[in-house]
Structures are given as structure tokens and as C-alpha cells.
Design a binder for this molecule. Structure first.
Ligand code: URA
Length: 186
């Protein structure tokens, strides 16, 4: 299956109530021929309006970190655990996450990335470890099912807690190094 076919399936999905309140599906964006996948939490207002992940304030902050460590946004793929916006930007509830995970699982299968970077707790708890704690586990490197995974602070959390920005920059430096190592050595 191609990502475009999967996107068409997502467009018709009614497995949770969020399809009824979204403006646009936010399926994912970036290179479909990449070794690197970034996974956030759920679309916010700007993403819902445009259909593109990480284009609001949090996305602008993500762009700064990517640029600071030399990762070109158009050379990676970016998506979220949820493809539809939860009203009022509340956290995705467990039913919504469960309903939507099959689409992320298929995206991972199709893209077959060597490294997955989880942005924030919800993504890291889904993809790395249900007990992942960002304050404790950010920047660590995990090997799961033949892939390399890392988790770091969600950029929206940094807007609320600027004190974690230094740690996040160090995480992104390590993410860039890990991408280099993983993509050069297979
Ligand atoms: N926060 C997310 O987790 N994802 C987006 O796409 C935007 C904000």
C-alpha cells in the first residue's frame, strides 16, 4: 500500500468522534523516501486549518531545533498519533489513540524508517514504553523491532516550560548524531 491510499482510507474513517469536528485530516508531511520519522501528539488549530502537521507556534519551534542541528524538514516525515484535532486542543483520550494507532502503524510499515523520534509523552508512551517519562527518559536511545527510537520534549511543552529548552537542544544534537550513525551504518 502507498501512503496516498492510506490517506484516502483515513479521510473516510469514522472510528472515533473526532472526524466530525475536524476541518482537515492531518495525515503527515515530508519526504516519503526517508529514514527518519518524527511523531507528535495531535493536530492543533493551525494544523486543523491547513491539513499540515506542526505549522503553528509549536511547529515553528520544532523548525528552529531542526535547523539548529542541520536536519532538513523536507528530508524527514512528520506525523502525529492522532490525525484529527481534539476540540480545544485537549489531550487525545485513550479511545481516540486506540482508534488512530492503526494508521500510524501502517505509516511506519510503509515508510519503514530506521529512526523514529517521539515528540512528547503521548507519542513516546505509545511507541517506546507505556511508562516513558519525558523528564527522565528524554534523549535516550532505544532499539525496538529493529528500529532506533528516541523521545524528547514536545515543542508545545517548551512554550510553557522554557527551562527545558537547553535539554531539548542537547537531545536534538543527539538525534542528529544518531540519524547520521544509523543511516551511515545501515
Ligand atoms: N502539536 C502536535 O503534537 N502536533 C502538531 O501537528 C501540532 C502541534
Amino acid at each position: 500500500m502507498q501512503l496516498s491510499e492510506l490517506r484516502n482510507i483515513c479521510l473516510k474513517c469514522t472510528d472515533c468522534p473526532l472526524h466530525a469536528t475536524r476541518l482537515n485530516l492531518v495525515f503527515g508531511s515530508g519526504s516519503e523516501n526517508t529514514d527518519v520519522l518524527f511523531v507528535g501528539e495531535a493536530p492543533g488549530k493551525n494544523e486543523d486549518e491547513t491539513g499540515t502537521p506542526f505549522v503553528g507556534l509549536a511547529g515553528q519551534l520544532l523548525d528552529l531545533y531542526l535547523e539548529a542541528v542541520g536536519i532538513a524538514r523536507d528530508k524527514v516525515y512528520i506525523t502525529n498519533i492522532l490525525k484529527c484535532r481534539p476540540p480545544m486542543n485537549r489531550d487525545p483520550n485513550p479511545e481516540e489513540q486506540a482508534a488512530c494507532m492503526k494508521y500510524l502503524d501502517r505509516q511506519i510499515e510503509i515508510l519503514d524508517p530506521k529512526i523514529i523520534v517521539c515528540l512528547g509523552r503521548i507519542s513516546a508512551q505509545k511507541l517506546i514504553d507505556p511508562n516513558f517519562r519525558v523528564t527522565q527518559d528524554h534523549g535516550k536511545v532505544y532499539r525496538i523491532d529493529g528500529r532506533t527510537l528516541m523521545g524528547t520534549y514536545h515543542p508545545a511543552a517548551l512554550l510553557r516550560n522554557p527551562g527545558c529548552k537547553g535539554d531539548t537542544l542537547r537531545d536534538f544534537e543527539k538525534i542528529a548524531e544518531t540519524i547520521k550513525g544509523v543511516t551511515e551504518n545501515g
